[in-house]
Structures are given as C-alpha cells and as structure tokens.
Write a protein that binds this ligand. Structure first.
Ligand code: AGP
Length: 607
C-alpha cells in the first residue's frame, strides 16, 4: 500500500527520499511523487509510473526539507494528477496513507470557501484544510485543527513553503515512524526506508502528531499534550533488505526459510522444555483458563491458521475456529471470555485483521495473542500476548518465509497448550523438540529440489487454470499453493480438499487443467490416491508432490516430485516449499513482475 518518507536536514535530501521510496516499492504502488521546500517555494515532482522514473525526473532537484510518497490508488485512478504530494495554493503540501471517510463533505465545504481541487483523491482535502487554518497559527496547530475534522485513517507528512526547516507528521490507524539522526530527522511509514540514514526510531502512537525540526522534535498525543516516546534501536540492518545474489526478493525469501525458522525457534530449541512464558509473562495465568481458540487472519496468514486448527485439535485437544478477519469483524458472533483470540499477521498492520482484533476485544475477549513478524506493529501493541516470528523483513508481496515461520510459531502454541492440558508427556515433548531442531535442515533438503521444480513449471506457462488438491492438514497448504500461483503468475488457481473433487470440480478436469496434488505419506494417502485416479481417468495432467514412501509412480500424464521422507506433523511446512518454488518459476516463465504483482500491495492497510 502507500508509502511515506520525509526528511529535514542540512543537506540535499532528494536522493534520500527517492532511496526511501525504492525501499517501500515492495508495499505495492502505482504512482510516486515528492515535494521539497527550496527558496520559499514548493517544488513538486510526480510520476504515474515507477520510482525509477521519479528519480530521473528529480535528478536536478534540490531541497533540505521534503516529503515523498508512493500511492496505491483508492480514490481516483492511478495518474500523475492523483499522485501525492497534494498541494494547497502553492503553500502547503501533504502526503497521506489511509482513507478519509468524510472527504466528500469536506470537499463540498472547502469548495464553497473557494478552494480549487485538482485531483480526485481524498487526500487533497487535508492540504486545503491545513491551509485554511494556517493563517491563524503555526503549521503544527493548523495540522492539529485539520486532523480534528477528519474521520478515517491516516499517516501524513506536511510541509509549508514558508517554513524551510520544519516537517509535521501524524498518524491514526496507519503506521508512521520518526527516525532520529544527528542534526537531522526523518519520518517513514516503514523502517526499511530509514535504514539508509538511521537505526534510531520512535514508533509514533495512535493519534500522535510530531513537529520535526533540524535539531529536535516534539510529540503531542491525541489530546494535544506533549509526550515523550522511547527511542528504539532497530534490529534490522541494511543488508537484510538488499537483494544480494538473487534475482527476486521472493526467491531470496524462499531460500532464507531455513535461517528464518532457526531464528524463530531459537529460544525454544536451545531449551529443554516448553513454557507458556515464550508468549509473554501473562501467558502463565491466561493459558490455563483458555477453553478454545479463535484464529483471525487474512490471506496467507489465514492459511497458517487453518493448518494450526488441525494441530491444536489433534495434538492439544483444544477446539479451534479459524475465521477470515474481514468477515469476522462484521458478523454477529457469540463471545466467550475463555476464548484465546489469536491474530496472525506478517506485517502487523493489516487493517482487516487489526479491526477484527479490536472488534473481538470490544465484544469482551480479553485473552489476545498476536503472532507477527513486525515488533511494535499495531497488532502486537493491541494484544496482551505475543510471539514474534523472526523471519526478517519480507519484501516480496507473495508471503513465503513469513508463512512457514508462522506455522513454526503456531506449532509451539500447540505444544504449549498440549502440555498444559496433560496431552504431552516428557518423551513426546523431547521428540517434538528434536523434530523442530531438525526442521531448518529438512527445509534445506527440499530447497535442493529447485531445479526439478523449475523444469516442472514449464508445463504451466501456457495454462489458464490450475487445481490444487490436498487432504487434512495439507489442504490449507494446497490453498496456499493456489494463492501463490494466482497472485504472481495470474493463472487462475483453486484449491480443494481432494475428497470434494467428485462433488463438482471434477467437471473442470481435462487436458488443459493441470492438477497439483500435495501427497504426503499420511493416513489419508490411500484416499488421496483414489482421488488422483479420478483425475487421471478424465485425462487430467497430474503434478504430484509425493513423499519418498508413497510409491506413487511417474507415468503418462503423471509428473512426480519426489519429496523427502514424511515429516509427521511438520510435513505441511516442508510441502509448502515446492509450491512456493512452483509459483515462482511459473511466474518467471510468464515474465510477470514477481515481487510486485499487479493490483496487489504488501501491507493491506485499508479495508
Ligand atoms: C500472501 O502472499 C499475500 N500477500 C496476502 O494474502 C497476505 O498474507 C495478507 O494480506 C495478510 O497480510 P499480513 O500477514 O501482513 O496480515
């Protein structure tokens, strides 16, 4: 989604702004722009295309104060006139992430006051509102007055032509960080944009407004009181957001999975037993009271929750429901204070998941746990308990290492719950810990299948549809494989529990419909084999990802990818890897923009 970068310094900050936007490209966008204050004028450069184009256009621009933006269109088509920054009467410039819900009404009022609108965006009202208050006070006060009139979500950056060393920023419902330098300061919607200049960061809180100057900054809370916020030192380093030897971030992130899993499991694997405290100190009192689990998440994160349902019910014997966050928040559900509400999110900023969590709390759920990859994110801060996946920054829009580390975290939750409920004796616990320690190496072994999967991908390049089959806890893995394929190769793909095939989707099967099947050597294998026969008998082409001991043989129309030996309950994690690679190589064959698929954004911060 949209990205913001801003800077005030005693040097030309244009390249810093552009580099920051390049770092935010992964979030998804369709236009970009920046404005600098120079010689008491606003100099704006915008582009309806990539940040690279903006870089060329702004190569000769100079400014020591500026704000920049990548826009993912919500109100108004992607075009230069709708690209941010938006200006009011050549005096005020604003960049904005989020959605202003009452913009139509504000637009009518501002038009009546004589303001002329030059875009179709909701953001432009913010620029005019600030302008309308500016004559009566400072830029800070004018911004605070304007914000009090807005309904909706925002992170904003504001500069004024006659105020050459000051930037105002604010957030409500959208993330924004303040970067603290020496004699210079920065703002950004994402830490990765700031790593080039500082690791010292302040996470602005809901409703905060910050006045950023060269030498200092002042933060005010929603009520306008001056407040102190802690300065954190980011754990990220610049290398972690570099592409290195890889062609795409998605490929890099697929290959980072052994390390990401090792990092996520580090504290547990180094210990001799599992304790609730890994989810936060309060887990010791909360977990024993929990009667059932409700998982809320979207997209890939929802798929990890669906796998966890199988684990939690079978291993821990605890009832578990998994809901799409955007549905849960609007339906009437029956609250139970003994439910542990688990939100899963890579970004921790997904608007639907965040809103679902807030809704759950409002209906009386006090037991909340976030499984998330971004410390200090909104979802983490809204939750009582947390387990951070330590996947490192995930840049590719298609989620890969975030998913497998979520699964690892959810497996830990399962084991802790099982132990508390007397369903995990010491031997079994040690056995699971042993399997977890071995997991990174097992994933590495599957990654070695990459060349074979690249060959297999060639069969998909000219196809328009694909079916993915799985059974039991591998059905959500099939769903994840289908999601990966559709999002980056634009091939329509659907997943079905294999037993459902004969209830409808079998009608679709013919020689043009590749059928991908996840075939672990588990208790459902014989059932799955029958389902695959149903496909073969109808001339379907099968691509079977089969464990070593399944004895499914390659034949006419049946392509086998031989997986390592069956990994028990951790098998879904291993079976995810070839599906990620398949989607990646099909996208390469098709020449799509792997890391930035059309129409999509990395963090979906609007509803
Ligand atoms: C997956 O490849 C997607 N990019 C998407 O489904 C994603 O998982 C979803 O938007 C949820 O994001 P989150 O994990 O950051 O909350």
């Amino acid at each position: 989604m949209c990205g913001i970068v801003g800077a005030v310094a005693k040097r030309n900050i244009v390249s810093m702004l552009v580099n920051g936007l390049l770092r935010l490209e992964y979030r998804g966008y369709d236009s970009a722009g920046l404005v600098v204050v120079h010689d008491a004028k606003l100099e704006r450069v915008r582009s309806a295309g990539r940040v690279a184009e903006l870089a060329t256009k702004s190569a000769n621009t100079y400014g020591e104060l500026g704000i920049a933006h990548t826009r993912w269109a919500t109100h108004g088509v992607p075009s230069e006139r709708n690209a941010h920054p938006h200006m009011s009467r050549d005096l005020i410039a604003v960049v904005h992430n989020g959605i202003i819900e009452n913009y139509e009404e504000l637009r009518t009022e501002l038009t009546a006051q004589g303001y002329e609108f030059t875009s179709d965006t909701d953001t432009e009202v913010i620029a005019h509102l600030i302008h309308s208050h500016y004559a009566q006070g400072s830029l800070l006060v004018a911004t605070q007055m304007a914000l009090s009139q807005l309904v909706g979500a925002y992170a904003i950056g504001v500069v004024a032509a006659d105020n050459p060393h000051q930037l105002i920023a604010a957030r409500k419902g959208s993330p924004l960080l303040l970067g603290v330098g020496v004699g210079e300061h920065f703002v950004a919607s994402d830490m990765s944009a700031l790593l080039q200049v500082t690791k010292n960061v302040v996470y602005l809180e809901e409703g905060d407004v910050v006045e950023v100057n060269l030498a200092n900054y002042r933060i005010f809370d929603q009520q306008g009181n001056a407040v102190q916020r802690a300065v954190h030192v980011s754990e990220l380093d610049n290398d972690s957001v570099e592409l290195g030897e890889y062609q795409h971030y998605m490929q890099k992130e697929i290959h980072e999975q052994p390390q990401a899993l090792a990092n996520t499991l580090e504290s547990v694997c180094n210990s001799q037993s599992l304790v609730p405290g890994i989810f936060g100190a309060e887990a010791n009192t909360i977990f024993p009271q929990v009667e059932s689990i409700l998982i809320l998440a979207c997209g890939t994160s929802n798929h990890s929750g669906q796998v966890a349902k199988y684990w939690l019910e079978e291993i821990a014997g605890i009832p578990c429901n998994v809901e799409i966050a955007s549905e849960y928040r609007y339906r009437v559900s029956v609250p139970n204070p003994k439910i542990l509400v688990v939100t899963i999110s890579q970004s921790g900023e997904t608007a639907d998941t965040l809103a679902a969590l807030i809704h759950a709390k409002a209906t009386g759920h006090a037991f909340t746990l976030a499984i998330c990859n971004v410390p200090e994110s909104a979802i983490i801060r809204q939750s009582k308990l947390r387990l951070l996946t330590r996947a490192g920054p995930e840049i590719g829009v298609a989620s890969t290492k975030a998913f497998t580390t979520q699964l690892a975290a959810l497996f830990l939750l399962t084991l802790v719950m099982a132990k508390l409920r007397g369903r995990l004796n010491a031997d079994r616990e040690q056995q699971f810990l042993h399997e977890l320690r071995h997991l990174p190496a097992a994933v590495q072994k599957v990654l070695a299948l990459e060349p074979k999967i690249a060959e297999m991908a060639k069969h998909f390049a000219n196809k328009h549809h694909a079916l993915f089959l799985g059974r039991g806890m591998h059905f959500p893995i099939a769903a994840e494989g289908a999601l990966k394929l559709k999002e980056i190769s634009y091939i329509h793909a659907e997943a079905y529990p294999a037993g459902e095939l004969k209830h409808g989707p079998l009608a679709l099967v013919d020689a043009d419909m590749p059928v991908v099947s996840v075939a672990p050597n588990d208790t459902l294998l014989e059932k799955l084999k029958s389902n695959l026969q149903e496909v073969k008998a109808r001339g379907g082409e099968l691509f079977v990802f089969a464990d070593a001991q399944t004895h499914i043989k390659e034949s006419d129309g049946v392509h086998i990818l031989q997986m390592p030996e069956h990994a028990g309950f951790l098998s879904p994690i291993l079976h995810t890897i070839p599906l990620q690679l398949l989607a990646y190589y099909v996208a390469l064959e098709k020449g799509t923009d792997v890391d930035k698929p059309r129409n999509l954004a990395k963090s979906v911060t609007v509803e």
